[in-house]
Design a protein around this ligand. Structure first.
Ligand code: CMP
Length: 145
């Protein structure tokens, strides 16, 4: 069954956008919509609101608003699991140890600067796609700061 996920290239990996797009197309994903933007701190806090009680929330949101990100609505069979498999484990060092061909192993740095994001479930995918592509206010982040 065709499924949708929200994929994002994070500020630390934005320079590798070409290689990451090649990997995405090489794995058979359709990129339905895409947008490059520079999130404000408030927008990053909204996107990661589910993590607001976590000790890493401040580091994460400051990092995510530190430079450009590239968001994509990816569509294919089993897109959520397939994209999460392609990016690898959350911690880039774990990725290098356990899944050296993954995007985080190749382009990530650590547990916060980990190159890519992927939705974890259909409901979150819906919310995250909507955050980037259906909201007029976040649409304004297409103006690069
Ligand atoms: P992401 O897939 O974007 O979802 C939440 C993000 O929080 C995650 O990738 C990491 O960038 C970050 N994160 C998760 N766990 C930790 C942690 N233990 N320490 C620091 N950052 C983390």
């Amino acid at each position: 069954k065709r499924e949708t996920t929200l994929a994002m290239i994070k500020p630390d990996a934005i320079e590798h956008i070409g290689k990451i797009l090649n990997a995405i197309y090489g794995s058979g994903f359709l990129i339905k919509r895409m947008k490059m933007c520079h999130l404000s701190l408030t927008e990053a806090q909204q996107f990661y609101a589910v993590h607001q009680a976590r000790p890493f929330f401040r580091t994460l949101t400051e990092f995510m608003s530190s430079g450009r990100v590239f968001a994509m609505e990816l569509v294919t069979e089993n897109a959520i699991a397939k994209w999460r498999k392609l990016i690898g484990p959350t911690n880039s060092d774990t990725a290098r140890a356990e899944d050296p061909d993954s995007l985080r192993a190749n382009f990530g740095t650590d547990n916060t600067m980990n190159a890519c994001h992927g939705s974890d479930a259909p409901e979150t995918a819906k919310q995250e796609v909507s955050f980037f592509f259906d909201r007029a206010d976040v649409g304004r982040c297409a103006q690069l700061r």
